[in-house]
Write a protein that binds this ligand. Structure first.
Ligand SMILES: [Zn+2]
Length: 397
């Protein structure tokens, strides 16, 4: 902590005193309004976002009998209970089911197409959805077959949504598992499909004991190819994991990155000191792909209100809000943004800032990012804020 202390920057707090119809609290946009906002999602797992009804149907088609129930509503509740219970074994059991059902081309295409539809329905305009190809080869598919199936499903979904009048761009990140040894193959596969919708390379899985530096050859390949890397780092495990991701693996973004707060000291008087690593992350505008509900469920944060996101936003780190696993966490990007707005008293200005952070950090060509910002995101948020301003305030209830 030798980089000195400085006062915490401050954002405007909740606009107290007025209550609007349909609001969860004064000043915070409602989930219905947020659903209509043009949103950007950078951290979402394909195998963590299946529709419960699709799981039931795929299980019937494939003769898979291990599901705890075949009632879609009960199944949805089972997944969320597993994630929220703080029991890692139970949490991973959920992924065992979804991954088991995603071993065939048709199932991968279907789930990818439905993913696009669900995100468009939620008002997302740009998304990077990730998955680990190596987990989908048990029935004999090659890595390239898996990737091509998912890309085909995304293409179908995007075509259908464009025809429906709600255009969305969905790209993918290929994830290598930290605990396995196929990262170089996955990185090569990602580069091979870069012009068909693969946006970058990612590493995920247990952090403790499996530093990303075990996969240096993969990261170096991605760098040599002028391609993109994000790394799951600093979720449960601390600063060394973040440092390695940035300084050994050339990560351009951090998946979660929550533990960067371990390098930030906040004094009782509100002064803040950033350590060297936290200062580096903030100064280089390194995007943090934060997934607050997922972090609460896995015990990384005690509650949404106590999530480090609030402090990091105040300090103007490049924070983005994401879903992680929509099925397991029972969230959508809209519900996640609404929860964050509620917890920290954010209004449209903060939600737009978070969205602009995300699109600026996307692994997507600069001109196209700019086109989304000027053509969809800014006009969309402006219209919603304007609509809000026109509402007549009523006395608080
Ligand atoms: Zn993740």
């Amino acid at each position: 902590m030798d980089s000195g202390s400085r006062k915490v920057g401050s954002l405007p707090g909740p606009r107290a005193g007025l209550t609007y119809h349909g609001r969860m609290r004064p000043g915070s946009p409602s989930i219905e309004q947020i659903r209509r906002a043009p949103k950007v999602l950078l951290h979402d797992h394909l195998d963590g976002g299946l529709r419960p009804a699709t799981i039931v149907e795929l299980a019937a088609e494939q003769g898979y009998r291990k599901l705890p129930t075949t009632d879609p509503d009960a199944l949805a509740a089972w997944f969320v209970a597993g994630a929220a219970g703080g029991d890692l074994v139970r949490y991973l059991e959920g992924f065992a089911h979804t991954v088991a059902l995603l071993q065939h081309t048709e199932a991968l295409i279907r789930v990818a197409e439905e993913c696009v539809e669900d995100l468009a329905e939620d008002g997302v305009v740009y998304a990077e959805v990730r998955f680990a190809p190596e987990l989908h080869t048990e029935a004999g598919l090659a890595l390239d077959d898996v990737v091509e199936a998912v890309l085909a499903g995304f293409e179908r979904g995007m075509r259908r949504e464009a025809a429906r009048g709600r255009p969305i761009v969905v790209r993918t990140l290929l994830t290598a598992m930290r605990t396995a040894a196929r990262s170089l193959e996955i990185a090569e596969c990602a580069v091979r499909h870069r012009d068909e919708g693969v946006a970058g390379f990612d590493v995920a899985g247990r952090e403790a004991g499996f530093p990303p530096s075990r996969h240096l050859d993969a990261f170096q390949l991605v760098q040599r190819e002028n391609f993109h890397t994000t790394v799951h780092a600093g979720e449960a495990f601390g600063l060394p994991s973040i440092w390695e991701a940035l300084q050994w693996c050339n990560a351009e973004r951090l998946g979660h990155g929550v533990r960067i707060v371990d390098d930030i000291a906040v004094g009782a008087d509100g002064t803040v000191g950033l350590g060297r690593l936290a200062a580096y992350v903030r100064d280089t505008r390194t995007p943090l792909e934060m997934c607050p509900t997922s972090n609460v469920q896995t015990g990384v944060a005690r509650s949404l209100g106590q999530h480090p996101l609030g402090l990091l936003v105040r300090l103007r780190f490049r924070v983005t809000v994401n879903t992680d696993n929509r099925l397991m966490s029972g969230v959508s990007l809209s519900s996640e943004l609404a929860a964050v707005a509620e917890a920290f008293g954010y209004g449209w200005a903060e939600l737009e800032w978070l969205t602009l952070n995300a699109i600026k950090s996307a692994f997507y060509p600069f001109d196209k990012r700019l086109a989304l910002i000027t053509g969809r995101i800014k006009p969309g948020f402006a219209a919603l804020a304007q609509e809000d301003a026109l509402q007549v305030p009523v006395p608080g209830r």
